[in-house]
Design a protein around this ligand. Structure first.
Ligand code: FES
Length: 167
């Protein structure tokens, strides 16, 4: 459930001087503060109104950047590269490893709200394939064992371990 309040969203906008040019940064902070890793339609409308920008502009940003979502997502969004250079014949195998390790299928979130699985296209680390990305961190040369360790670290909130597993 969203833990945002109007006061919190206003505070975030104030931090960026209520500047429409800072819309991406504002939306990122609102998404992080939401507790659901998303910018809901309700908050998108609120922000558009308060910054006096068209709602279409806010949606344009939310739909353009894959880091945004209007739907609830887990704390860690695992984006699994499905492009040919790093996937070759392993892309579906890697998906199966993540689904097995997390217990959910692609596009779903674990019941504890920790992990969401998504497909993505090239993240610019083709030489490390197969690859997955979580936030800014890239995880390459994936094996079943490494995938299990990544999912476990996400679930435990073990950022240090995640850093060790990242490239
Ligand atoms: S094709 Fe997967 S990172 Fe480029």
């Amino acid at each position: 459930m969203s833990r945002l309040t109007e006061a919190r969203v206003l505070e975030i906008m104030e931090r960026y001087g209520n500047e429409a040019q800072q819309l991406v940064a504002i939306l990122l902070d609102v998404q992080e503060a939401s507790g659901e890793n998303r910018v809901s339609r309700e908050w998108a409308g609120f922000i558009a109104e308060k910054l006096d920008v068209p709602l279409a502009k806010v949606y344009e940003i939310i739909t353009f950047y894959t880091m945004f979502s209007t739907e609830p997502r887990g704390e860690h969004v695992v984006e699994i590269c499905q492009s040919t250079p790093c996937g070759f014949d392993k892309a579906e195998q890697v998906v199966a490893w993540f689904e097995s390790a997390s217990g959910v299928t692609m596009g779903q979130t674990t019941p504890d709200g920790k992990v969401t699985l998504m497909r993505t296209s090239c993240v610019g680390a083709c030489d490390l394939g197969p690859v997955a990305k979580i936030g800014d961190e890239v995880f390459g040369n994936l094996t079943e064992e490494k995938v299990r360790a990544i999912v476990a670290a996400c679930r435990d909130g073990n950022r240090e371990r995640m850093g060790e597993l990242a490239c």
